[in-house]
Ligand binder design. Structure first.
Ligand code: ACM
Length: 777
């Protein structure tokens, strides 16, 4: 009995032991290794290591000068101040140089007693540190005193030497503190070139000793910002007016630049300065109008501009000025390159300018492209004489490439391919894959910050080496970079939203070999990174984990379906306006709605939501399927219009390319809708688009009338919708209340802005409208 009891007790203890052990094993096994960019080789072991207040740090002789940086970086993600020792015994982290490893390569070994980092150089040590920091962060969201990391062995190194991120600080100035944060997040993703777009039409951002007006005048503009993220009004902001004071902007002093260069060096990042000429130079000519062809008063641009913003290339002083600017820049920045821009140069002023035309003849140049090419060639001589290489946007190919130039290919890959075939170095940054100022989700569900679309999946699908290059030609591709133009990026939250998560994809394109990349695996690794960003309170886009909502109306009902950027999505939805949960309907097949519904949907995994809830109200309204005709006299586009589209229950989206819901009207138009039975109505809503840069203006006034015994009687009038004729790009929905009983014939007059108003980009031209639906409730 006693013996039996003992046995039973031992058995229970044994069982408890098994449970505890297997519990430990499970937790070690469950530790995450989702490093981005993906390392070349990563082998998991069964163990783990706990970083705590007893853990010590050892640093090999070659890295000693960086000890403080390593300590601070570990402290940043653990709050632990590790003790430094030269004789570690157990529970230690050690950083060593191994001369057998290539530059920027590293080995990271995590055992149950220590973490050992061996690196080919300081850069390799920084990258090992970043891998370790990611392991700490993704595995310790809640920890405060000790930090578990999985046992593993990593052998890693970069695929490309140029792994860049460009920030435009001209359209919106970003503080020194913010630039440091940029360098921090770049370093965490093993990016190593910060391309600093320091001058453009909206501000010159670098302190210049020789040309103080570049800072006194060129660094400041009048503030026409809007904080409303639904309004994208970068194009056509009212220019600075006589008497207005320009006070928005700033510049970086030479001391601040030096501080940032050092901050970058500590993170193994070089800073590439860009002075964008001869186009995009309005801030320069506002400071020194003698540099323009037409000598008149210029102002620093308040928003996007596309003319009167060029330097004069037939003027000897322009070259003297550029020589002085380039030598100051060359002296300040240690990197071996200077970027001189060269993009989107509007040459209309050169065409009109007799001196430029004589210059073209005198130098046997073909045309204005030849003149730009002449200018770039001259600049290259100056850049080279100052001990640097020239980089320019791919427009520097037009009219003949300067002999030693490196090309940054942005208008697709073509310029990069052509340059590599000519034996020129190339940095690939094609806009359709690598531009971070484009929207990253379905346009209706994104903040209105971008004017085109580059989804995370598109960004990730980018192959840096084009298939058309031979192995030899491919050697000229130095790497790739992402560009964030900041026309709409007026604050830090917008900057991080547009940057993340796409910078993860850009980093992996640049660091990881094409054969080691995999979209499904990438999105899995992204999930823990999202948790970290959430915890940090960073604003970032979850769009990749949002469903895409599609619909097709047929004048009676609306078919609705969802897709996703990720594989095997679990999409759940509601139609009654309630918040979707893990228990809501699972989407499997197309739905049909026959009455007005608020559709809400989200992606789920393991009972929790992955991204955001998307939401859209679909009206199945009283005029659904009702025949529409045009009763106004002027309408030259009548034949091309599908009038049925105005009552078919198809609702257009903001980025309208190829969206057949939108119908174009070149004139004020009056529609007549004939109901098949008397209908009581409350309101009429007209949805219209505006994209004023393309002369597309929203409805300016809406008048509603109904037929009664004496003819037509007005029952509603919106009055002039003045906010609809501000410049910008967005979608309007304007409702006219017009409660009327027993309507059989309804007329809706949509009045177009008569002539594009003064001070608009397309001043004096004719506007057109796009409407998708006449919603009658
Ligand atoms: C550019 O996007 N204009 C280089």
């Amino acid at each position: 009995m006693h013996f039996k009891f003992l046995i039973k007790n031992y058995f229970v203890i044994f069982l408890i032991g098994i449970i505890i052990l297997s519990g430990c094993q499970t937790s070690t096994k469950d530790l995450k290794v989702s490093i981005i960019p993906k390392p070349v080789d990563l082998q998991r072991t069964e163990t783990s290591f706990l970083i705590n207040e007893k853990t010590t740090l050892s640093v090999g002789n070659e890295l000693k000068t960086h000890t403080n940086f390593l300590l601070q970086e570990i402290e940043k993600c653990t709050s632990l101040q590790l003790t430094v020792t030269d004789a570690p015994t157990e529970n230690f982290i050690v950083f060593l140089i191994d001369n057998n490893l290539k530059a920027d390569n590293y080995h990271l070994n995590i055992t149950n007693t220590h973490i050992k980092i061996e690196a080919g150089n300081y850069g390799g040590a920084v990258y090992a540190l970043q891998s370790l920091k990611q392991l700490i962060k993704i595995n310790n969201l809640e920890q405060t005193k000790s930090f578990i990391v999985p046992g593993l062995s990593i052998k890693d190194g970069p695929e490309f030497g140029w792994r860049g991120y460009m920030l435009d600080v001209s359209r919106h100035f970003h503080s020194v503190k913010e630039i440091k944060e940029v360098l921090d997040f770049m370093s965490e993703l093993k990016l190593n070139r910060f391309h600093w777009h320091l001058s453009d039409d909206q501000g010159f951002r670098l302190e210049m000793k020789k040309f103080p007006k570049l800072n006194q005048i060129g660094s400041w503009r009048v503030d026409r910002n809007t904080t409303d993220e639904n309004i994208n009004a970068v194009w056509g902001r009212l220019p600075q007016q006589e008497g207005e004071v320009a006070s928005y902007g700033g510049f970086y002093t030479r001391e601040q630049v030096k501080e940032l260069i050092a901050y970058g060096q500590e993170r193994n990042i070089e800073i590439l300065p860009e002075i964008d000429v001869p186009g995009h130079s309005q801030a320069i000519i506002a400071s020194y109008p003698e540099l323009a062809c037409e000598k008149k008063k210029y102002y620093v641009a308040t928003g996007a501009v596309r003319e009167n913003n060029t330097l004069c290339p037939s003027n000897a002083y322009t070259y003297e000025f550029m020589q002085a600017v380039i030598s100051e820049v060359a002296e300040l920045f240690p990197i071996g390159y200077i970027h001189i821009g060269g993009d989107e140069c509007n040459k209309s002023n050169w065409k009109k300018h007799a001196q430029c035309q004589n210059f073209i003849k005198k130098h046997n140049l073909k045309d204005e492209h030849g003149l730009q090419s002449y200018f770039i060639h001259e600049l290259e001589k100056i850049v080279n004489a100052n001990g640097k290489e020239l980089i320019g946007w791919d427009e520097i190919l037009d009219g003949g490439l300067a002999p030693n130039a490196t090309v940054m290919s942005w208008r697709g890959e073509k310029g990069g391919i052509e340059s590599a075939k000519m034996g020129h170095d190339v940095i690939m940054s094609p806009s359709s894959y690598q531009y971070l100022d484009f929207k990253q989700g379905q346009s209706d569900f994104e903040p209105n910050l971008g004017y085109a679309q580059t989804l995370l999946s598109k960004c990730y699908s980018y192959k840096v080496i084009p298939d058309t290059l031979t192995q030899q030609e491919a050697k000229y591709i130095l790497g790739t970079q992402a560009n964030l133009w900041s026309e709409s990026i007026s604050d830090w939250g917008k900057l991080t939203y547009m940057t993340f998560p796409r910078l993860f994809a850009v980093a992996e394109n640049a660091w990881t070999s094409q054969k080691n990349k995999n979209w499904d695996n990438f999105t899995e690794r992204l999930k823990p990174q999202f948790k970290v960003m959430e915890k940090q309170g960073l604003r970032f886009a979850k769009s990749v984990f949002n469903p895409w909502l599609h619909h097709q109306g047929n004048g009676k009902s609306i078919k609705i379906w969802f897709t996703s950027e990720i594989s095997n999505p679990e999409i759940r939805y509601t139609l009654d306006g309630s918040e979707p949960s893990a228990k809501s309907n699972l989407f499997s097949d197309t739905l049909t709605i026959e009455k007005t519904a608020i559709v809400k949907a989200a992606l789920f995994e393991n009972d929790s939501r992955l991204g955001d809830v998307i939401e859209k109200e679909f009206f199945v309204h009283k005029a659904a399927g009702v025949p529409v005709k045009i009763v106004s006299e002027t309408d030259e586009t009548k034949s091309k219009i599908n009038l049925n589209a105005l009552t078919d229950l198809c609702y257009g989206q903001l980025l309208e390319r190829g969206d057949t819901c939108w119908q174009r009207f070149d004139n004020t138009v009056e529609f007549e809708l004939s109901f098949d039975k008397p209908t009581d109505i409350e309101s009429v809503t007209i949805r219209s688009l505006r994209h004023t840069l393309q002369t597309l203006y929203a409805a300016y006034r809406i008048e509603v009338s109904v037929k009664d015994t004496d003819g037509f009687k007005q029952v509603g009038d919106s009055g002039y919708l003045n906010e609809n004729i501000i410049q910008g790009r967005n979608l309007f929905s304007n409702t006219v209340n017009c409660p009327t009983k027993g309507v059989t014939i309804l007329r809706v007059k949509v009045i177009k802005v008569k002539e594009i108003p003064e001070n608009h980009v397309n001043e004096g031209k004719q506007a057109f409208m796009k409407l998708d639906e006449i919603i009658v409730l």
